[in-house]
Design a binder for this molecule. Structure first.
Ligand SMILES: [Zn+2]
Length: 728
C-alpha cells in the first residue's frame, strides 16, 4: 500500500529480537516545517517540526501534508512531460514521509501517552492518504510519460521515474478495476493478518510449570514467576494445611528471550525439553493465520501476473527471481553441510561425555546448553569481564573514532531546542566535516524504558534531498536502542550489544552520508537484498582489535582491552559458526518455500517445515512443534529473509578486499563513502559493489545476481581448522 514511500527493510538480525530499520524521508523549503531546528534557542516541536509542539500538533501536521501534496498533485496534472514531474513526485513523497516517519518514531519511543495516541492517529490518517496517492491515475500517467519521453537529464532521475512506475504497478494501479478492487481487499487482509500474527505471539507466549525450584538454576530465577502447589507428602518445609506439602516451583513463560535463557542455563534436560516444545508450539492460532496469509499473498501475486508471492517480492531485488534465491541457498547449504555435521558430532560427543552415556542422542533443546558450556570451557570467557571494557560512553567514543578515521568527520553534541526532544536522556549530535560543514544529524535514544520499542533500530526522520543547485536537505536519523538501566555513567554493554550498536550505526551512516538528488533513494532506501550490507560491514568493526583498542577501555582503570581477551571472544564467536549459518539458511529456505509456488496438494506448513529441517539441517525435527508460527520474519519479510545472507556475503567480501588491511584508513573510508554510502539507492547495487571492490563480489546467475561466497566461507574454513586442532 505504500508505494510512494517504500518502507523497505525491517531489520534483519535473526540472532536477537528483530529490529526495525525504517527508511528515509525528507522535507522541502516550501513546506511549513523546518528541516533543522533553530540554532537561536527558540522553541520548536518534536524533531524540529514546528507543528509538533503539542500532541495535537500531529493533526495539523497531517492536514498540511495532505494540503501540500494536493497542490503538488494538481500541479503535476497540468505539467507537460518534464523532469519537474519527478521532482514534484519526490516532493510529495518527502512531505508525506515527514509525517509517516515522525509518527513512527513517536509511536515507538515517546514517553507521553498523548503524543503516542496522536501519532497513532496521524499514522492511520496519513496511511489512508498514501493509499489515495498510490492509486492515483493522474500521478501514474505522469510518471509513465516522464519515464518514456526522455526529458530526464540524469541517470538518477531516470531511475527514479522507472522505480516510481514499478512501485505504482506493485500496488495494482494498471489493473482493470475489478482486479484492483480485489488487490485492495487482499492488501487489507494481509495487513490485518500480519497484525494478528504479531498480536497472537505477544498474547499467547505459552508457559510450563516446573517443580521443585531446585530444577531451575539460580541465575535465571529473576526471569521466572514463583509458583507453588500443595501436594501430599511428608518431607520437611511444609507450611500447608495438615497432610499437605506446599511445594515451590517456577512458571517459565516461554516467550523467546526467557526461552533462550532457559535453554542456555537449565542443566535438567527434561526442563529444557518441556520449555523447548512449549515455546515452539504456541500460539496455535497462528497456524490458521499463517495459512491465510500465505493464501492471500499467493492470490495477490497471481492477480499481479506472478507465479508466486516469492516471485512478486524478489523480482525487483538483486536476485530477481526465486529460482536464483533457491540456487544460492542450496549452494550455501551444501557448502556448509559437512562442517555443520561435524559440529553436530562434536556437540553430541560432548553431551555423551558429560552424561556418561555413550548412546544418548543429541536433541534440539540441547544445542544452546552444550554449545554454551563448550564455549566457556574452551575460551574461559566471563561476560562481565568483557562488559567491563565496554562502558556505553566509550562505545559512543568508538562511533566517533570511526567517523573521524574513515571520513575525517566529527560528531558534535548539539543542544536541543526547547520542545525538540522526547526524553531527557536523548542526545543529539551533528556529523560535521571540516570542509563540507554539517553532513546530517543523529539523535541517540539508547536506554530502555517502559513502553519503548523493545529492540534496536535506526529510525529515519528526514532523508537527504537536493532542494536546489546550492541547497541540500540534510538527513536526520534516530538511533534507538534498549540498553538496560538509565543514563548512568557506569552502564556497560555486553559485546553482542556493541555489535548491535555498530550494526545500527551502519544503517545510520548510510542515511547520514547519503547525497542523492531524490529522497526516494536516500540512504537505506535500497532494494531489500542489498539494504543490510553496510550494517553487516560495520559489525566487523566491532570485532577488530585495531578498532577495539581505540575505544574499548576498562570502566575504572582505563586499561585498553587486552588483545588476548578479544581473541577469546572471536574464538567463542567462531565455534559452531556453521551450525548457526545452517540455521539461517534453513530459515531462508522456509521463507522462500512457504511463499513460493503453491502445490496442488495443499500441504500444511508444519509438514513443509519438518521436511526442510530434515533435509537441510543436521538436527532433527521434533514432532508436534510448529516453530514457524512464532517466526515473525515470515510476516515482515515474506520471501525476503535470504537478504540477510546476501548481506553477510557482500560485507565479508568488502571487509576482506577493502577494509581488512587497514580498517580505519581514510582511503578505506573515502571508498566506502564515495562508491557506496553516498549513493543510497540511486545507483544499481551491483554497479556500486563492483566499483567498490572490483570484480568478484557478485556473480550473475539466470538473469539475477548472487553474492560471491568465497570471502564469507573462507572465514568459516579458518574457523574450522582452528576448531579441528582443538577438538580432534
Ligand atoms: Zn539492519
Amino acid at each position: 500500500m505504500s508505494t510512494l514511500i517504500r518502507r523497505a527493510a525491517e531489520k534483519l538480525r535473526p540472532k536477537y529480537v528483530p529490529k526495525l530499520c525504517n527508511l528515509d524521508l525528507p522535507k522541502t523549503r516550501q513546506f511549513s516545517t523546518r528541516a533543522v531546528p533553530p540554532l537561536d534557542g527558540a522553541s520548536t516541536g518534536l524533531y524540529g517540526f514546528d507543528h509538533l509542539k503539542t500532541p495535537k500538533g500531529f493533526q495539523r501536521f497531517v492536514d498540511e501534508a495532505i494540503e501540500r501534496s494536493g497542490e503538488l498533485v494538481n500541479r503535476i496534472s497540468m505539467m507537460p512531460s518534464s523532469a519537474e514531474i519527478i521532482q514534484a513526485m519526490d516532493e510529495i513523497s518527502d512531505t508525506v514521509c515527514s509525517v509517516v516517519d515522525s509518527a513512527e518514531l513517536c509511536r515507538h519511543t515517546h514517553p507521553d501517552r498523548e503524543f503516542v495516541e496522536e501519532a497513532n492517529m496521524a499514522s492511520m490518517r496519513i496511511n489512508e492518504y498514501l493509499h489515495y496517492l498510490n492509486t492515483n491515475h493522474t500521478l501514474y500517467a505522469a510518471v509513465k510519460r516522464a519515464e518514456k519521453d526522455g526529458h530526464l537529464l540524469t541517470k538518477e532521475a531516470h531511475r527514479a521515474a522507472h522505480n516510481l512506475r514499478i512501485d505504482f504497478e506493485k500496488g495494482g494501479i494498471h489493473l482493470p478495476s475489478e482486479k484492483l478492487d480485489r488487490v485492495n481487499q487482499l492488501s487489507m487482509n494481509i495487513f490485518q493478518l500480519s497484525r494478528q500474527f504479531g498480536e497472537n505471539i505477544s498474547t499467547d507466549p505459552g508457559h510450563v510449570d516446573i517443580y521443585p525450584v531446585s530444577r531451575i538454576p539460580k541465575q535465571i530465577h529473576h526471569l521466572l514467576t514463583p509458583i507453588h502447589r500443595f501436594t501430599s507428602g511428608t518431607s520437611g518445609g511444609s507450611t500447608g494445611s495438615w497432610g499437605n506439602m506446599k511445594e515451590k516451583g517456577f512458571r517459565i513463560i516461554t516467550e523467546p528471550r526467557t526461552l533462550v535463557s532457559v535453554l542456555h542455563c537449565a542443566a535438567d534436560e527434561e526442563v529444557r525439553k518441556m520449555a523447548y516444545i512449549q515455546g515452539n508450539s504456541v500460539p496455535r492460532a497462528n497456524l490458521k493465520v499463517l495459512d491465510e496469509l500465505i493464501a492471500a499473498r499467493h492470490e495477490l501475486a497471481q492477480i499481479m501476473g506472478y507465479r508466486s508471492y516469492a516471485e512478486f517480492t524478489v523480482k525487483q531485488n538483486l536476485a530477481s527471481s526465486p529460482e536464483v534465491v533457491m540456487s544460492f541457498l542450496c549452494e550455501m547449504s551444501e557448502m556448509i553441510r559437512p562442517k555443520a555435521d561435524q559440529e553436530f558430532e562434536t556437540i553430541r560427543n560432548f553431551k555423551r561425555e558429560k552424561c556418561g552415556q555413550i548412546c544418548i542422542d543429541l536433541e534440539p533443546w540441547d544445542e544452546a546448553y552444550y554449545t554454551g558450556m563448550m564455549k566457556s570451557c574452551d575460551h574461559n570467557l566471563d561476560s562481565s569481564i568483557v562488559a567491563s571494557y565496554f562502558p556505553l560512553r566509550q562505545c559512543i567514543e568508538g562511533l566517533k573514532v570511526l567517523v573521524k578515521s574513515l571520513f575525517g568527520a566529527t560528531f558534535h553534541n548539539v543542544p536541543m531546542a526547547p520542545g525538540e526532544s522526547w526524553h531527557p536522556e536523548v542526545l543529539k549530535m551533528s556529523l560535521h566535516h571540516p570542509e563540507e560543514g554539517d553532513l546530517g544529524y543523529l539523535y541517540l535514544d539508547l536506554y530502555s524504558r517502559k513502553g519503548k520499542y523493545p529492540g534496536c533500530a535506526n529510525f529515519a526522520i528526514k532523508g537527504g534531498r537536493r532542494i536546489s543547485e546550492t541547497e541540500y536537505q540534510l538527513p536526520v536519523v534516530a538511533l534507538v536502542c534498549n540498553f538496560p538501566g538509565s543514563n548512568s555513567s557506569n552502564l556497560r554493554l555486553n559485546h553482542w550489544e556493541v555489535e548491535t550498536l555498530f550494526h545500527e550505526f551502519g544503517h545510520a551512516l548510510h542515511s547520514l552520508l547519503s547525497r542523492t538528488d531524490f529522497q526516494h533513494f536516500s540512504g537505506t532506501r535500497v532494494v531489500l537484498d542489498f539494504a543490510e550490507t553496510p550494517s553487516n560491514l560495520f559489525e566487523y568493526y566491532a570485532w577488530d582489535y585495531r578498532v577495539l583498542r581505540t575505544f574499548a577501555k576498562h570502566y575504572s582503570t582505563g586499561e585498553i582491552i587486552p588483545e588476548e581477551l578479544v581473541k577469546s571472544m572471536q574464538g567463542a564467536r567462531d565455534m559452531f559458526a556453521a551450525t548457526e549459518l545452517q540455521r539461517q539458511v534453513f530459515y531462508a529456505l522456509v521463507d522462500q518455500t512457504l511463499f513460493g509456488e503453491q502445490q496442488a496438494s495443499c500441504r500444511d506448513t508444519s509438514s513443509i517445515v519438518a521436511d526442510l529441517k530434515t533435509q537441510y539441517t543436521s538436527w532433527k525435527h521434533v514432532e508436534s512443534t510448529h516453530w514457524q508460527i512464532r517466526f515473525s520474519h515470515l510476516v515482515n519479510y515474506g520471501a525476503g529473509y535470504y537478504s540477510y545472507l546476501y548481506a553477510r556475503c557482500f560485507a565479508a567480501t568488502i571487509w576482506k578486499k577493502l577494509c581488512q588491511e587497514d580498517p580505519l584508513s581514510s582511503s578505506t573510508g573515502t571508498c566506502l563513502r564515495t562508491k557506496l554510502l553516498q549513493h543510497g539507492g540511486a545507483k544499481e547495487p551491483s554497479e556500486m559493489l563492483n566499483d567498490l571492490v572490483g570484480e568478484g563480489i557478485v556473480r550473475y546467475c539466470n538473469s539475477g545476481i548472487v553474492p560471491d561466497m568465497t570471502a564469507f566461507t573462507d572465514e568459516l574454513s579458518l574457523v574450522e581448522d582452528q576448531r579441528l586442532q582443538l577438538r580432534l
